[in-house]
Design a protein around this ligand. Structure first.
Ligand code: ADP
Ligand code: MG
Length: 240
């Protein structure tokens, strides 16, 4: 579904991504781990061109999205993204937050968009919150709404950048449970997280990023139980 070849990203003089090669298959759950500052967010943001790669190629469903002639808006609709900060529209209800993009971008009529939203609210366990405003929700609830909002565009892949890092500990589980449910339904997902238990349980593949490269990758079994590189071992010894 996604092929990344020799991806580089510079911010001015800083060389942040230093040649990333990666393939993500349809239905795969890829979990990206690594120290702070290693380029995980930059990598994720390059995948949907929130950041413009400095060099290299990214293909999505067979099309080169780094090609200058490619219209990224069409592709972005197919890539849902969930951030650490939930970015809900504060003056809109939960229902409006979820239906806005499908109505504006996909041209769905309101009734159809709301029917889909109700279904998604059920998926994330918040059917009773359709009329609530973001300020009336807990952090975990806001993040579950943010996930529902991303899903409303019917993305082909979901990108998660530390979706539970801003949450109080007691709310982490409810968000991870929703992500697990999506994985079980076959959603293709790329997830940056420090939740190692979740990574081990739900990930098909673990990518360990360090200093702008993919230092090591493999099944959770391979990476967690028998890391090959010293850097991976050092990182895991701190987080496990
Ligand atoms: P991670 O998500 O693994 O913590 P990031 O991708 O956020 O790492 O950041 C990697 C490095 O790139 C950091 O040193 C960060 O300061 C730098 N960086 C990220 N975004 C920018 C930017 N827009 N301008 C300059 N430097 C940036
Ligand atoms: Mg980050």
């Amino acid at each position: 579904m996604i092929t990344v070849k020799n991806l580089h990203k510079n911010f001015g003089p800083l060389h942040i991504l230093k040649g990333i090669d990666l393939e993500i298959k349809k239905g795969e759950v890829v979990v990206v781990i690594g120290p702070s500052g290693s380029g995980k967010s930059t990598f994720l943001r390059c995948l949907n061109l929130l950041e413009q790669p400095t060099d290299g190629e990214i293909k999505f469903e067979g099309k080169s999205i780094t090609d200058k002639r490619h219209n990224i808006n069409n592709t972005r609709e197919k890539m849902g993204m969930v951030f650490q900060q939930f970015n809900l529209f504060p003056h809109k209800t939960v229902m409006d937050n979820i239906t806005m993009a499908p109505i504006r971008v996909k041209k769905l009529d309101k009734a159809k968009a709301e029917a889909i939203a109700v279904e998604l609210l059920r998926t994330v366990g918040l059917e009773d919150k359709r009329g609530a405003y973001p300020s009336q929700l807990s952090g975990g609830q806001k993040q579950r709404i943010a996930i529902a909002r991303a899903l409303a565009m019917e993305p082909h892949v979901m990108l998660f950048d530390e979706p539970t890092s801003a949450l109080d500990p007691e709310m982490v589980g409810e968000v991870l449970d929703v992500m697990k449910k999506l994985a079980e339904r076959g959603m293709t997902m790329v997830i940056v997280t420090h939740e190692m238990g979740f990574a081990r349980e739900v990930g098909d593949r673990i990518i360990f990023m360090d200093q702008g490269i993919v230092m090591e990758q493999g099944t959770p079994q391979e990476v967690f139980n028998a890391p090959k590189h010293q850097r991976t071992q050092d990182f895991l010894s701190k987080v496990l």
